[in-house]
Design a protein around this ligand. Structure first.
Ligand SMILES: Nc1ncnc2c1ncn2[C@@H]1O[C@H](COP(=O)(O)OP(=O)(O)O)[C@@H](O)[C@H]1O
Ligand SMILES: [Mg+2]
Length: 557
């Protein structure tokens, strides 16, 4: 029981461990991972587009700023996705990625500010460049010969400005300043000259600022920060994956352990079942043996009770038989004398009757009494003889133990003598009487006459149980080696014994044949005789089919 609980605890423990390992062995969410990569890719792509468009804007190839706005807006959207990803990430990653994400937002915001400055300064620059180009072109292409110097000057300025716009070097700037300072005053094209001067100087001032902003924009570390963020995320995701891999290995190990343990339990269970079956079989065998013992003990107890009963009764019966026997002998003898006396007296009385007519005798007329008195004497004699028979039986029954003779004799002889004695009754009762005698039987020790009496009693009972002469009786003898005893069976096809009578058959005075003159002492005597020879008597019977009386007598030593 205790082992059962501990096994259960081990299995439950391993299952809990398995569940924990299963949870821990899950890989980082692949969808979230894909979202991170997509956002970073978007971000870097539009950052590059922004840089390209800024360059195009600076060269004046992009007429408006729409694409700049779009790129920047897309970068912000990607940034928001990254921020959401960071906030929703598991504890370790959330903490680790907070700084890189914040840094990225800072550089993007900075880039946005720079872009705003760049846009306004560049608008100014493009505007001045346009005016400057337009005015210098108008001045250099006028047909009026009086303004030859002005034309040359405008051409030189336009040429120098072109070089400055391409590479804004200090000498070129100084050269343009000298040319601007040398612009004539009071000229009929004064207005154009003034425009040339204003825009020329504006270009000199704004262009380096725009280029500076452009440089700052291109050098803004957005891409570097994005890459850093990507590296950090990949590193953490990698370590998470490695951890999950570790737990997966643990999971397999524990699962194998559990399997091995279950197999071990199964083997032990089978062994236990086998042992239990063995014990169960042993128990059954033991119980069967015990019942058989108990049965034997009960039989012995019953025999002992019967023996005690017989001994006690024997003592009483011996006294009673003795007391009855003497007066009964007197009655028997007197009845015979009385019979003779009546025969003589009747002759005298008959004569008197014939001479004097009827007279009263014992309260009745003599004529009547003459018929009754012989019957009365006869009945008295019969009754006394019955008492004599019973008393003789009682004396047999009450005979003290140990008086068995010491002669050795053949059981078959006793059977032969008994059957010979009963020949007359047998012929009257059945047409099917059978005797089967065993050959070369060992001899018995005791009293031949007593054993003969046993056979007579049993055969008489068997014959008396037959309802019709067609029913048979069989007497058999045989040697029983196991008990070194002789077995005598008297088997009949008679009316049988009801089960409730079986235990009482050998009780003195138990009879079902009261009407037929049964005394109920035959089997009680038989029992005592058999017991005196060290044997035992048993009955088996099926009501309506017949009875078998079995006597076992030990052989002479
Ligand atoms: N072979 C038998 N078949 C049927 N009943 C029997 C047989 N032997 C004995 N009994 C029964 O046992 C009773 C006792 O027998 P017994 O002691 O010989 O007395 P009795 O024969 O005088 O009645 C009988 O009355 C009868 O009921
Ligand atoms: Mg009898």
């Amino acid at each position: 029981m205790k082992t059962g609980w501990s096994s259960l605890l081990v299995v439950v423990g391993l299952l809990i461990l398995l569940t924990y390992l299963l949870i821990q062995s899950r890989s980082p969410d692949p969808v979230r991972r894909a979202r991170l990569h997509a956002a970073l890719h978007e971000f870097k792509l539009h950052d590059a587009e922004l840089n390209r468009d800024v360059l195009l804007t600076r060269t004046g190839l992009l007429p408006h700023y729409d694409s700049l706005h779009q790129s920047l807006a897309t970068m912000f959207r990607a940034l928001e996705v990254l921020e959401a990803w960071q906030t929703e990430a598991p504890g370790v990653i959330r903490a680790a990625m907070a700084e890189p994400v914040a840094d990225l937002r800072a550089v993007v915001l900075n880039k946005e500010t720079l872009l705003e400055y760049f846009k306004s300064d560049n608008a100014l620059l493009q505007n001045s460049l346009m005016y400057f180009a337009h005015t210098s072109y108008a001045l250099s292409t006028q047909p009026d010969a009086r303004h030859g110097r002005l034309t040359t000057l405008a051409g030189a300025l336009s040429n120098a400005m072109l070089r400055f716009v391409r590479t804004p070097q200090r000498q070129v700037r100084e050269e343009i300043e000298v040319l601007l300072n040398g612009l004539p005053t009071g000229s009929p094209r004064q207005q154009d000259l003034q425009l040339l001067d204003v825009h020329g100087r504006l270009i000199l001032e704004v262009l380096p600022k725009v280029d500076n902003l452009l440089r700052q924009l291109l050098l803004a570390p957005t891409t570097a920060e994005a890459r850093q963020l990507q590296d950090a995320a990949l590193q953490h995701l990698g370590s998470l994956e490695a951890r999950a891999q570790f737990f997966r290995v643990m999971l397999y190990t524990v699962a194998i352990l559990l399997l091995v343990y279950l197999v071990y339990l199964l083997i032990r269970l089978r062994a236990n079942t086998h042992a239990l079956e063995q014990t169960n079989a042993d128990l059954h065998r033991e119980m069967a043996e015990r019942t058989q013992l108990e049965h034997k003990t009960r039989q012995q107890e019953l025999q002992l009770i019967q023996a005690n009963k017989m001994t006690a009764l024997g003592t009483v019966v011996a006294g009673v038989a003795h007391e009855i026997n003497n007066p009964n002998q007197l009655v028997l003898m007197n009845a015979r004398v009385l019979d003779d006396a009546w025969t003589d007296a009747a002759r005298v009385l008959d004569f008197y009757y014939e001479e004097n007519g009827d007279f009263v005798m014992g309260g009745l007329p003599y004529g009547e009494m003459r018929q009754t008195i012989p019957d009365l004497i006869h009945d008295t004699h019969d009754g006394a003889r019955r008492i004599d028979r019973i008393v003789n039986h009682l004396k047999d029954f009450a005979r003290p133990r140990g008086q068995v003779g010491q002669e050795t004799f053949d059981l078959n002889d006793a059977v032969g003598r008994a059957v010979g004695l009963l020949q007359h009754v047998i012929q009257k009762r059945t047409t099917r009487f059978r005797v089967e005698l065993g050959e070369d039987l060992p001899r018995l020790q005791g009293d031949l006459q007593h054993v003969e009496q046993v056979v007579v009693n049993l055969v008489v009972n068997a014959l008396e149980a037959l309802p019709v002469p067609e029913c048979g009786v069989a007497v058999t003898t045989r040697y029983c080696e196991a008990e070194h005893s002789l077995q005598l069976d008297v088997k009949d096809d008679g009316i049988g014994v009801p089960p409730e009578h079986l235990d009482r058959l050998c009780d003195p005075f138990f009879t079902t044949k009261q009407e037929q003159g049964g005394t109920g002492l035959g089997l009680a005597i038989t029992y005592t005789l058999v017991r005196d020879h060290g044997g035992h008597l048993t009955f088996e019977s099926i009501p309506g089919q017949g009875t078998c009386a079995r006597v076992m007598l030990p052989c002479a030593s």
